[in-house]
Ligand binder design. Structure first.
Ligand SMILES: Nc1ncnc2c1ncn2[C@@H]1O[C@H](COP(=O)(O)OP(=O)(O)OP(=O)(O)O)[C@@H](O)[C@H]1O
Length: 444
């Protein structure tokens, strides 16, 4: 008996030992797996949401940068609370999209503002703070709590038009910063309300200075006018040549050129802007813009590319030189259409007579000639023959004339022919149904 006990004892002990070892082993594996799992989770949470890297830091934002804030809730870090990211339309040419977080009012490129904040800044959107009114909304001067002065555009709620304009502006220039482009510094989207907050430019717009009641002598000397033209060209060159996808402004005109007290010019109002991908030579789109500035090919076919902005710039430059608006039915019949009249003057070598009589000091003949020729090249009927905005900057800045790069053909050197002189009698370019092109800007 004692023998049998002795023979069974070691067997019993070894089974227990096996079980104990097995349990220990399983425990070790589970612990190891758990530690590994924790480690992985920690690494993932540290990395945060995936960011799509852009090839260029100056890309405009797409898609995920507009967060609608419901009620007066401020968004929490990460944009979780009260934010429903809305998709942007028209961003189809975008090569990628960026995800930005709403961080205590910061939205990556700018700030999110509550309606309350903007109401306070503009004294309840009071009449006294109105600086202008366009087809898409009223612009107010506002002072934020930190003392900074801003322009607040309260978009008209017109059957989704406000939403469209709002998205386009944010998409086109949200991230863009350039000294000759009016900076968008934030926005407010609460319920149906859509407001855009810009840097404030404190000396009115070019249209007011060119066509307003400034007396017999214009404060805009030739030098100042050329500087304004160069600044504008630089802003547009950045949109066309410094961004990917490029931005076609579509509404280049004197009321969209804002001036500061030193006559620095900034291009504003990107509500009609279109994005043009690297592969596209043009986009076909509904004709929008302002009567007198829209290029003939775009007005006739809806085919749009940066050449349309170049054409509009040519008209703007003509307006700067002559002090005349593009179309004015109160002028004598031969002068109603600025392009026709201007071409007639230049081709008959009466360019000096086209100059705004309110410019007291005559410009150097070379400088005037250069500006006149830039105008003519910008309004070439063939959009592909028009210079690029970057070239225009060089042409206007150049001390020496001539600036042509391509070899001249006999056609180029021949005097302007009569059929070429009749160019831009474009069909009425529509500014949508919300108020047309009637300028109701106020003078401040
Ligand atoms: N950032 C700004 N700083 C100062 N004033 C501004 C600013 N933005 C706009 N304004 C003023 O408000 C006016 C209206 O601007 P808005 O862009 O709404 O319309 P517009 O360009 O005049 O007309 P439309 O949009 O119909 O073409 C401008 O002409 C300008 O005088």
């Amino acid at each position: 008996m004692a023998d049998s006990i002795q023979t069974h004892k070691p067997q019993f002990l070894s089974l227990k030992l096996y079980i104990a070892i097995g349990i220990c082993f399983a425990f070790l594996i589970i612990s190891f797996l758990l530690i590994f799992l924790c480690f992985c989770l920690k690494r993932r949470s540290k990395r945060g949401p995936t960011l799509v890297k852009h090839s260029s830091g100056s890309l405009p934002l797409f898609s995920k940068d507009i967060a609608e804030i419901k009620g007066s809730d401020r968004p929490e870090v990460g944009g979780k609370k009260g934010s429903s990211e809305s998709e942007l339309s028209g961003g189809s040419t975008a090569s990628s999209s960026a995800v930005s977080s709403v961080d205590g009012g910061n939205i990556g490129w700018g700030r999110w503002y509550s309606l309350k904040e903007l109401e306070m800044a503009t004294a309840g959107f009071s009449e006294e703070n109105v600086v202008g009114e366009g087809g898409y909304g009223i612009v107010y001067r506002g002072v934020l709590q930190d003392g900074s002065v801003v322009a607040v555009k309260n978009l008209l709620n017109n059957k989704g038009q406000a939403e469209k304009e709002f998205k386009v502006e944010v998409e086109a220039i949200g991230k863009v910063r350039h000294k000759n482009l009016v900076g968008l510094i934030g926005y407010c989207a609460e319920g149906a309300k859509r407001l855009l907050v810009y840097e404030y430019v404190d000396n009115g717009n070019l249209e007011q200075w060119l066509h307003g009641d400034v007396g017999p002598v214009s404060p805009l000397t030739w030098e100042i006018r050329m500087r304004i033209a160069i600044d504008t060209a630089k802003g547009l060159a950045y949109l066309h040549e410094g961004l990917e996808p490029k931005v076609v402004h579509r509404d280049v005109k004197s009321s969209n050129i804002l001036l500061d007290r030193k006559w620095n010019a900034k291009v504003s109002d990107f509500g009609l802007a279109k994005l043009l991908g690297p592969e596209s030579t043009y986009v076909t789109t509904r004709v929008m813009g302002t009567f007198g500035y829209v290029s003939p090919e775009y007005a006739n076919t809806g085919m749009l590319n940066e050449g349309s902005d170049v054409y509009s710039f040519g008209i703007l430059l003509m307006e700067i030189i002559t002090g005349k608006s593009p179309v004015d039915y109160s002028r004598p019949p031969g002068e109603m259409n600025l392009v026709d009249w201007f071409k007639g003057m230049v081709s008959s070598r009466r360019g000096e007579e086209a100059l705004d009589p309110r410019i007291q000091l005559q410009p150097p003949p070379r400088s005037l000639k250069r500006a006149l020729l830039v105008c003519l090249r910008c309004i070439d009927l063939d959009t592909y023959k028009r210079p690029k905005m970057g070239q225009i900057v060089h042409m206007l800045e150049a001390d020496e004339f001539p600036f042509r790069t391509e070899p001249r053909t006999s056609k180029d050197t021949a005097p302007l022919r009569s059929h070429e002189a009749v160019t831009s009698r474009v069909p009425i370019a529509l500014k949508d149904s919300v108020g047309g092109d009637v300028q109701r800007s106020r003078w401040r």
